[in-house]
Design a protein. Sequence first.
Length: 382
Amino acid sequence: MLNRTQILTRFCLSVLLIILSGVKAATAQSLRLYTPYPRITVPPGETIDYTIDLINNGGAIATAEVGLEGIPKDWKLTLRSGGWNAQVISVLPREKKSLNLKVELPYDIEKGVYTFRVTARGHSVLPLTVEVSEQGTVKTVFTADQANMQGHATSDFNFRTKLENQTGEKQLYALSSQAPRGWTVVFKPNYQQATSVEIEPGQSKDIPVEMKAPYNVKAGKYIIPVVASTGSSSARLELVVDVSGSYGIELTTTDGRLSEKITAGRHRNIELVVRNSGSTDLNSVRMSAGNPQGWEVSFTPDTIPLVAAGESVQVKARMRAYEKAIPGDYVINLTAQTPEATSTASFRMSVKTPLLWGWLGILIILGAVGTVVYLFRKYGRR
C-alpha cells in the first residue's frame, strides 16, 4: 500500500507528463500551411503559380520539412522559398515564410478533378485541387495577332504569328505557304528568313510572316494559308489580304509615234490612247496640255469618265500652230491625270512655213532681180 508521499510523487509526475504532452501538441499545431486558392479550374497545358504561406502561430521557432504528395503523372511541379529549392524551413514565432509552387499541366491530359498535397511534415497538410476544364490533346497551334490586313497592291503585308508546340517532344516544323501564283511569302523566325523552326515541348515562338502581292494584282480579298508541319503534327493558319489595287496610267498614240509635222497657222489631229496599266479602275481622267505660246490644243473628250483596269480609251487631240511660228521643232507636253496617277507624253511638232509664203518669197526675190536688171540696162551705159 502506497504511503502519502508516494501518492503525491506519482500525482506530480502525472501532471508534469500531461503538461509536457500539451506543450508538444501545441508545438506540433503551431505551423500551418495556407493559400487563398485551394481549388481552381484551368485548361490543359496551363501553368499555375501558387503562393503558399507557412505560418508559425506558436511562441517558439518552428522547423518543418516541406514537400509534395500525390503528384499526378507527367505534371511538372517546383516548390521554392526565398529563391531556393528549400526542403526544410524554419519560421520565427508569430511570423510566416512564403513558398512558391509552380505547376505545369501537360497538354495531353484527361478532363477531370485532380488533388495533390503540400506538406509540412509533422505539422500541417494543405490539399490543392485542380479541375481540368476540357479534354487535352497533343497538337500544334498556329495563331496570329491580326489575321486580316488591308493595303495598296504595292504594300508589304507583315503578319505577327505565334507557333505553339503543345506536344511532349521537341519538334522541327517545316514552314510553307499555299499562296496564289506570283505572291511572295517569307517566314522570319528569329528575324531571319527560314523555312523551318525548332520549338521545345510546351513552348512557343513568334514567327513574323511577310507577304508581297505580284505586280499588277487585281483588287480583291486573298486568302493565304500558311502551314507548320512535322511528321506527327501540323497546324494551318489562314491569313487574309484585302488588296485595294494598284493605280497606273499610260498616255501614247495609236501607232506609238510622238512626232509630227505641221504648218504654221494650221491645225493637225492626233489620235491618242489612254491606257489603264493598273489593277483598279480610273475615274474622271482629265486631259491637259503644256503648249508653246500662241499654240492651241484641245481634246475630244477632255475628261474620260471611266477607264477600266487593263482597258484603254482613245482621245483626239487637235493642235493648232501659231501663225507666226518660225520653222523648227516645238515640244508639246500632253497629260492624262487623275488624283491617283499621272502620265505625260512629250510630243514634238516640226513647223514649216505655208506654201503661199514660199511663193511670195520667190516673187520678192524675182522682183528684186528684175529691178536690178532694169536699172543696169537703163543706166549701165552712161
